[in-house]
Each structure stands twice: as structure tokens, then as C-alpha cells.
Design a protein around this ligand. Sequence first.
Ligand code: DQA
Length: 146
Amino acid sequence: MTQSSVNILVLHGPNLNLLGEREPEVYGRATLDDLNALIRNHGKKAKATLRIFQSNHEGVLIELIHKHRRWAQGLVFNPGAYSHYSYALRDAVSAAQIPTVEVHLSDIQKREEFRKVSVIAPVCLAQISGKGANSYLEAMDRLLLG
Ligand code: DQA
């Protein structure tokens, strides 16, 4: 680890393990492994230290945020459908005080009504949506730039 290394936690929420086969017309053909390879490559160039997890369970995501609250200097978080209704995840982000960027592969403003609201976005630095894998990479840049 270099002196300038920044610790970034990347969390993928429910159903993102099915990327590549899940609604490819919305989410594309890349798998979660493909996406994580792009994230790791971007992190390597920026000399960031990454920890990446995916979970389909709200409580597991909450515990990962708690566990990394002193380690992570930034959180890139795709809460999946939890974005739209999980006050528990919102509270976890708020409590952990990790600077967080919420990300979405698809453009949640251009889909069903229920996706247009994120209850987590108000406790995040920013929300980046609709840019596919680039949503994650731009979120990392936002955190790395401080
Ligand atoms: C998503 C958008 C959410 O509305 C959806 O429930 C997901 C994926 C995205 O990355 O575009 O699971 O977070």
C-alpha cells in the first residue's frame, strides 16, 4: 500500500449477482465479475485499496457498512431495489459517516415511478445513475478527488 492509498468499499445490493443474465436490455451483458474487474482496474490506476462485496440481504449490507466504518474512506453503493425503500440502509450510511456515492447502472429517472425516489440519496454525497459500469468508476473518482 502506498502512502496515498485511499480505502474504498464497494457494495452491490440484491440481484446484482445475476448481472449478465438479468434483464440484459436494461443492465447489459456484462457479469458482476466483469464489472468488478473494471472497478479493480480503475482502483489500481488510482492506487486505491478496494474491498468489494455483493449481498442479497439488507442485514448483511448493514453489517458490512458497520464493519468497514473505520476502514473505508469512501463507499460506492448500489443498493439495488433497497434504494427505493430501505430506511435501515439509509440509517446505516448516515451512522457510519463514510462519504458515500450511490450508484445505479440504469437511469432510475427514466424507468418505473417507484424507482425515481431513493431514500438513501439524501445521506450520500452524490447519486450517479444510468451510466452502466461508468456509474461506479465516476463514483470512485468523486471519492478519490475528495
Ligand atoms: C439498480 C436500479 C434499481 O431500481 C434496481 O432495483 C436494481 C438495479 C441499477 O443499478 O440500475 O436492482 O440499482
